[in-house]
Design a protein around this ligand. Structure first.
Ligand SMILES: Cc1cc2nc3c(=O)[nH]c(=O)nc-3n(C[C@H](O)[C@H](O)[C@H](O)COP(=O)(O)OP(=O)(O)OC[C@H]3O[C@@H](n4cnc5c(N)ncnc54)[C@H](O)[C@@H]3O)c2cc1C
Length: 386
């Protein structure tokens, strides 16, 4: 059944929403971004994450639009938050072991009512809308871990299954950050006062954990090298692979006479447990939108498929029939989509078809700075040079 009240998963809609939020992205955002509700109902945050997560709109263009509207000083807080996303991506890309270890923990279905009124309300909101405000995500992850004593992995899995913006880097690493596994001797502890204040009294939970000792420092996995720039060219035998992790490939490759356009959805690969309808529906329709934008002609050969062995084999046959020898794709960062592309690559290789992943200059510029904590990363960002 289609997900009711679903956000529209097109690039056009993402750009429209960006435009509508821009007036609020300066001082208003700086003042109100922690508020879940605004006294007069104005937006406190952009809600752009589903479009950003799938790169229907890019971090680069959102930041450029905020600077054009407000200047980099007034828009600094908003820009900084977008860079949190960039930071987490770069951090996980250099330490993919953190994702692999998380995936090795079997997910537990611990999303039963907790008896804590606000947590149950937020869980229902997550499942009904596919979205939660950042402050709610922090309180949720904190109460989940410290008041209920549940594992960060089980909470991260719940979020990843239901958030439309569910992202392997931002989600996994934020859950670890709240739990005290990212920054030594620092946890995020939700308090009743803070929740009351920023929900305008909607929630006032009692019995929240206090005086929690941070976990002992966790070993930090060694960093691995980031992808190198990739040279590419388009010939009559080159196709385009579009994945749900980068749905604006035309801003990387331009419009090309692709011999074939293939669109891959790997939302089911987010978890071993069933993934919610909202993220699946958003990703499927968003991939279809990207396919429409990147086909050389309306009747040019193309296919959209969910990641599984049968679909990979069908695609290999179609590409072989079309004489395609090479698929270009925007580089897919660590996570479920990269896992699926890896499996697809092996099937295509057996048919003599190569997948070439091309990283974006934007990622290659910022990811190398994500070596330690966010604030060291942020020092390397020169706002006058954006
Ligand atoms: C436990 C936990 C889990 C999270 N899981 C995810 C996730 O799966 N996917 C995801 O995209 N974000 C995740 N976040 C980060 C953040 O909560 C969301 O990006 C943000 O709430 C999205 O709403 P918005 O677009 O209105 O944000 P805005 O406040 O309008 O910010 C604009 C953009 O900046 C980026 N951004 C803002 N805050 C953060 C942040 N703290 N970390 C990373 N990027 C940020 C997002 O791309 C966002 O769309 C998580 C945070 C926590 C604490």
């Amino acid at each position: 059944m289609p997900f009711a009240n679903a956000p529209i998963p097109t690039r056009e809609e993402g750009l429209k929403r960006l435009e509508a939020f821009l007036p609020y992205a300066g001082a208003h955002y700086r003042e109100h971004r922690n508020d879940v509700r605004h006294p007069t109902g104005l937006p406190t945050v952009s809600s752009l994450s589903p479009w950003l997560r799938h790169r229907l709109i890019t971090e680069e263009e959102v930041i450029a639009a905020a600077i054009a509207h407000h200047g980099s000083n007034d828009a600094e807080k908003f820009i900084q938050e977008v860079f949190w996303r960039v930071y987490w991506k770069g951090y996980l890309e250099q330490r993919p072991t953190l994702w692999k270890e998380y995936r090795q923990t079997p997910p537990t279905q611990s999303d039963a009512p907790s008896g804590i009124e606000c947590l149950d309300a937020w869980e229902a909101e997550l499942k009904n809308t596919g979205y939660l405000h950042n402050h709610v995500r922090m309180w949720f992850a904190s109460i989940w871990q410290f008041t209920l004593g549940r594992s960060w992995q089980s909470g991260a899995d719940l979020f990843l299954r239901y958030l439309i913006d569910g992202d392997p880097a931002s989600n996994t690493l934020s859950w670890r950050w709240v739990g005290g596994y990212h920054t030594n001797n620092k946890i995020y502890l939700a308090s009743t006062r803070n929740i009351e204040k920023h929900t305008l009294g909607q929630h006032s939970p009692t019995g929240l954990a206090r005086g929690v000792t941070p976990p002992p420092p966790a070993p930090v996995p060694a960093r691995i090298p980031l992808p190198a720039p990739e040279a590419w060219e388009v010939t009559t035998r080159t196709g385009l692979l579009i994945t749900e992790d980068d749905l604006c490939p035309e801003s990387l490759f331009g419009q090309q006479p692709w011999a074939y356009t293939a669109g891959l959805c790997a939302t089911e690969w987010r978890s071993a447990l069933p993934v919610g309808e909202a993220p699946k529906q958003f990703a499927r329709e968003a991939v279809a939108d990207a396919l429409r934008r990147n086909r050389p002609e309306a009747n040019a050969p193309s296919a959209q498929f969910d990641a599984n062995d049968a679909a990979f084999n069908r695609l290999a046959e179609k590409l072989s029939q079309a004489g395609v020898k090479r698929l270009l794709t925007a580089y897919v960062p660590c996570g479920p989509t990269a896992d699926a592309v890896h499996a697809l690559r092996l099937v295509l290789q057996a048919h003599g078809i190569n997948v070439i992943a091309v990283p974006r200059a934007w990622d290659l510029r910022w990811w190398p700075l994500a070596t330690h904590g966010f604030f060291r990363f942020w020092k390397g960002v020169d706002l006058t040079d954006l």
